[in-house]
Design a protein around this ligand. Structure first.
Ligand code: SF4
Ligand code: SF4
Length: 311
C-alpha cells in the first residue's frame, strides 16, 4: 500500500454492504462471510465508523493472530477530541490492539483538509504511538486527491473509481485517474472504492471489474460483498479465472435500489446527509434522483425511523 509498508490483497472486502445500513446480516452471518474471504486470501477489509459493523470484525477475528487482517476505517471527526473518541471506539469495538489505516471520511478539497487539521494532528500522534499504522483520506472528489499530493501526512487515498465515473463529484473518471496516478507516483497507497458504482453498474459486472483491474496504479480495490456468491465471483475475477455463467447471470440480474417508505415524514434529515445531492423534499416527503444516487446508504444512518434504505 504505497510506502506504508502495509501489504494488502488486491481484493479488499468492502463491508458497508453487510452492515446495518444495507443487508443488515446478523453478526454471525457477516463475520462468517469475512472469515471465508480471509480463508481465500483476502487480508484487507474496509469499514467506517458510520457502518456500525466493528462487532462483525471482532467476531471474525476471534482467536486469530492480529496480523491476519489489515483494517481500514474512516471517521467524520474534525476536532482532536472527536478523533480521540473515534479511535477509542474502533479499538474497543473491534478488540484489535491497533488499526492499520485510519482515514478522514468523504474529504473534498484542500480546504476541508485544513478544516480537519486538529483531527489530523491527533491521528499523526496516534500513529507515532502505534495505535494506527497509516493515515489517509477517502474521497469522491478529484480536487481532494490533487490536494493530498501536497500533504505528506496523507499516506493512503481511498478514491471512487468506476468505468462510468459514477459518484465523482467534480470531474470525469479520466480526471480522477490522472490525479490518482500522480498520487501513486508520490508514494501514496491507493485503494479504489465503488468499482460497481455502489451496485448501479452490476449489470456490467465483468466489464466494470476488468476496467479497475486494468489500472496499474491502484494497489487494491474495495468491493462491497454480502453473500458467498458475490465473494466467489469477485475472487474468480481477481484471480483471472472464469466466473461461473449462472453466477454471473444471477449477479447481473441483482439490482439494488433506494427505498423511501411512503410514510416518510419529510423531516429532511436524510437530504442534508447525502453529499451526492441525490435527495430532495417535495410534497412533504423525501424523493431520490436516481441518476445521482450511488446507493451508498449513508442517508439511512440519518433517518431515526428507518424510513429510507438501500434494498
Ligand atoms: S430522514 Fe427519514 S423521515 Fe426524514 S425525510 Fe428522510 S426518510 Fe423521511
Ligand atoms: S440518496 Fe442515500 S444512498 Fe443515494 S447517494 Fe445519497 S446518501 Fe447515498
Amino acid at each position: 500500500m504505497g510506502r506504508t509498508g502495509i501489504r494488502v490483497s488486491r481484493l479488499c472486502f468492502g463491508s458497508l454492504t453487510l452492515s446495518p445500513l444495507q443487508a443488515n446480516l446478523c453478526v454471525k452471518e457477516g463475520a462468517g462471510l469475512i472469515e471465508r474471504a480471509m480463508e481465500r486470501g483476502v487480508n484487507f477489509l474496509d469499514t467506517a465508523e458510520l457502518y456500525d459493523n466493528y462487532e462483525y470484525i471482532k467476531e471474525a477475528m476471534k482467536g486469530k493472530p492480529r496480523d491476519r487482517l489489515v483494517l481500514a476505517t474512516k471517521t467524520y471527526a474534525y476536532t482532536g477530541e472527536m478523533a480521540k473518541e473515534s479511535l477509542k471506539k474502533a479499538l474497543n469495538e473491534t478488540g484489535l490492539g491497533y488499526i492499520d489505516i485510519f482515514m478522514l471520511h468523504e474529504q473534498e478539497s484542500g480546504l476541508t483538509l485544513k478544516g480537519h487539521h486538529e483531527a489530523i494532528e491527533y491521528f499523526l500522534k496516534a500513529r507515532e504511538k502505534g495505535y494506527i499504522r497509516a493515515f489517509g483520506v477517502s474521497t469522491h472528489h478529484v480536487e481532494c486527491v490533487r490536494a493530498a499530493l501536497e500533504w505528506d501526512e496523507i499516506q493512503v487515498i481511498h478514491p471512487i473509481v468506476n468505468l462510468r465515473g459514477l459518484g465523482i463529484m467534480d470531474g470525469s473518471v479520466d480526471d480522477m485517474l490522472e490525479a490518482v496516478k500522480a498520487a501513486r507516483d508520490r508514494g501514496k497507497g491507493i485503494y479504489a472504492m465503488k468499482p460497481l458504482g455502489g451496485g448501479n453498474l452490476i449489470r456490467n459486472f465483468r466489464e466494470c471489474l476488468e476496467f479497475v483491474l486494468g489500472i496499474p496504479h491502484i494497489d487494491s480495490i474495495a468491493i462491497g460483498m454480502q453473500c458467498d456468491q458475490e465473494l466467489e465471483a469477485n475472487l474468480a475475477m481477481f484471480e483471472g479465472r472464469p466466473v461461473d455463467t449462472e453466477t454471473e447471470a444471477a449477479l447481473s440480474a441483482r439490482e439494488r435500489r433506494l427505498l423511501i417508505e411512503p410514510w416518510c415524514e419529510g423531516c429532511g434529515s436524510c437530504v442534508s446527509a447525502c453529499r451526492q445531492g441525490a435527495l430532495y423534499l417535495s410534497d412533504g416527503k423525501a424523493h431520490v434522483n436516481r441518476d445521482r444516487c450511488i446507493l451508498c446508504g449513508y442517508c439511512a444512518a440519518n433517518c431515526g425511523n428507518f424510513y429510507i434504505k438501500v434494498v
